[in-house]
Design a protein around this ligand. Structure first.
Ligand code: NDP
Length: 334
């Protein structure tokens, strides 16, 4: 049972020696639980936060524990009447080939018969697609004709935010890194305009956003923070709603950049809403059903970036911070 352990808390960007891949025996099922053979592990920016010993919405990953991750896999051996060997299950487990599971609120059986890959439960039918869904529809409440400005727009969350906003009659402007991702924003995710943030100061980026958003953004869906957020703040429409979903540009910085143009929130009488998908777990079935319809009809596409092998866990994870990932980043464990 290969396991990807956190040995040291990263200082700034994680380095390979913060982790260690170990191998031990496949565990036996615990009383009232089962052993899950993980096929896919979700690689998420949030995992970087869980590596720090800082106040958050979840306790930090303990040193010498495997890195916590949502996984999907098959029951290997069971001492639970509802989980039989072979059943497909997802849950909050870890980057390891076999996890000992005592079912909790995160554990759910999944029906893989209707999907082309069980990895879909970590992307289109998982919490990441629903992060876009509830963050946009319930927090920002878009109205037809409004302009929605999205950072990290080519990523897992951002690509879906743009598509759902279009379905709701909005104009969408996406910010991403590099010409390829910007082309993808328009051609694949239906954004009306794309802005490349790379190589631009906050002021230059603010100007570039203004060129394509002359009346300002009614909604800002924030995934990035830092200078990108500074530039967006200079382009708010009156009474804009800002969904603060993530700040990935700051996760590896020991000195936080902060929001240097925060004064624009009061100048434009905007609302800044800190948002966690966990607030909507009771509504996952409803959101999941709608997402499934849109995916089936082709109205929403959600791309996956599948990396292979637990031995590649570290370089695969780091793709999130270099921007190498094209779509939801997932590690296939076998
Ligand atoms: P993505 O698929 O968007 O991957 C991360 C992307 O972030 C990269 O591809 C890169 O895109 C961009 N990025 C990385 N570093 C920087 C940087 N320094 N400056 C600008 N852009 C950068 O990941 P997810 O969709 O999984 O997550 C997106 C955001 O959503 C994260 O901030 C995450 O924490 C947040 N999130 C929040 C949730 C919640 O409940 N609030 C739930 C799930 C996710 P590029 O090539 O364009 O630079």
């Amino acid at each position: 049972n290969k396991r990807f352990l956190l040995r040291r808390r990263p200082e700034g960007a994680p380095v390979e020696t913060d982790f260690e891949l170990v191998s031990d025996a496949i565990p036996a099922p615990p009383a009232g639980g089962f052993v899950l053979h993980n096929h896919f592990a979700s690689l998420d920016p949030a995992q970087r936060g869980w590596m720090d010993d800082a106040p958050s919405y979840m306790p930090p990953i303990a040193l010498d524990d495997p890195v916590r991750a949502t996984t999907v896999g098959q029951v290997h051996a069971s001492d639970h009447p509802d989980y039989a060997p072979g059943d497909w299950v997802m849950g909050l487990n870890a980057i390891e080939e076999y996890s000992v599971v005592v079912p909790d609120g995160f554990t759910a059986k999944v029906d893989v018969s209707a999907v082309d890959s069980p990895s879909r439960f970590l992307s289109a039918f998982g919490a990441v697609g629903l992060t876009a869904y509830f963050g946009l529809l319930e927090v920002a409440k878009p109205q037809p004709g409004e302009t929605v400005l999205v950072s990290g727009a080519a990523g897992a969350v951002g690509s879906v935010v743009g598509q759902i906003a279009k379905i709701h009659g909005c104009r969408t402007v996406g910010i991403a890194g590099g010409p390829d991702k910007c082309a993808r924003l328009v051609e694949r995710y239906g954004y009306d305009a794309a802005v490349d943030y790379r190589g631009k100061s906050a002021e230059q980026l603010a100007d570039a956003i203004r060129e394509v958003t002359p009346d300002g953004a009614n909604i800002v869906f924030e995934n990035v923070g830092g200078t990108v957020f500074d530039a967006e703040l200079m382009n708010l429409a009156k009474h804009a709603r800002i969904v603060l979903c993530g700040l990935i540009s700051e996760y590896n910085s020991e000195t936080k950049h902060g929001a240097r143009n925060l004064w624009q929130v009061l100048a434009q009488e905007a609302t800044l809403h800190g948002y966690l998908i966990s607030a909507y777990v009771d509504r996952f079935a409803e959101g999941g059903a709608q997402m499934a319809k849109w995916i089936a009809s082709g109205e929403v596409v959600m791309d996956e970036d599948i990396q292979h092998g637990i031995d590649n866990a570290y370089p695969a994870f780091m793709r999130l911070f270099s921007g190498a990932n094209t779509g939801k980043l997932i590690l296939a464990l076998d």
